[in-house]
Design a protein around this ligand. Sequence first.
Ligand code: FAD
Length: 314
Amino acid sequence: MSGILVVAEHSGGTFKATASELLGKASQLGGTVYAAVLGDAPAASLGGFGASKVFQAAGDFGTHDSGAAADALAAIIRAADPDIVIAPASYEMRDVLPRLTARFDSAMASECNGLRIDGGKLVARRPIYAGSIESDVTISARPAFATVRPNSFDKPASTGASAPVESVAWSATTPTTKVVETLKPETRGIDLATASKVVAGGRSLKSKESFDSVIRTLGEVMGAGVGASRAATDAGYADHSEQVGQTGQTVAPNLYLAIGISGAIQHLAGMRTSKVIVAINKDPEAPIFQHASYGIVGDLFEVVPALTEALKNA
Ligand SMILES: Cc1cc2nc3c(=O)[nH]c(=O)nc-3n(C[C@H](O)[C@H](O)[C@H](O)COP(=O)(O)OP(=O)(O)OC[C@H]3O[C@@H](n4cnc5c(N)ncnc54)[C@H](O)[C@@H]3O)c2cc1C
């Protein structure tokens, strides 16, 4: 193993939680850990999460120009010469890593939730068949590429160490796409991806109005992020950005309340690593109870308002 390069994403100079998460995981895999940073961010600080060296490419990558990001990362990969390149399964990297894989005539595993090394090769665990099962994929090509779903691994605290930073020169190939307009999503309440508590509702809420009055009210009282099953977002009770699961967000809060959610495998794929799971469901046979730390069998329209009232008075 000569090295693992982790793409450390940042937003306006603040590293995303996936940076420490992936660097922490890469450190456990063994070998030398490098970080790749695009644009202006305090690159040396990634030494605190295990990067022995950071490769940084200057430029403005804020417009989600995947072509430019691929050009810059290709230059970094040539400079670092890693065996493995891992990046978060963010909207940007889902676009960029396949481009890099093609350029390096290599192979890639996408949407992974587990990584290990076997015989010097990357073995990536990823859901297949609509999340019904998980498969281990061994990548023999070099460098092996993988995108990893956020919140798949623990996030280490920084040791405070700093790493040397090497600036990497790069040049852009002719752009084939142009960003015409950037529309910011409506942000409401606490960010789901990083919330330490999440309250999620399902199809059983029956309308947007009752989702708001039952789920969002409890979320506000608890100071929790609000999530939803796909059935609830498809029905328009909640926004698609609030969907938890295989085709939504992966969350790993300390507390996850699944309210009127059956516990389909595709929903579990996005929340089962939550530390404590509480399920409220009127069906004692609902699959969610097999994964719950605590369960309440009852009608959510009775249980949740009573819980909300009790928390308000606590
Ligand atoms: C390719 C693919 C990707 C998918 N991706 C996702 C994904 O990312 N996220 C996701 O969530 N799903 C996803 N799904 C859909 C998933 O298979 C389920 O259909 C969905 O999760 C079901 O949502 P639900 O639990 O809200 O609804 P249901 O399965 O209909 O469950 C409703 C539950 O509410 C309970 N209930 C009803 N009334 C009450 C009441 N008054 N009080 C208490 N409990 C009550 C019922 O007992 C039941 O258990 C995906 C499916 C496919 C095929």
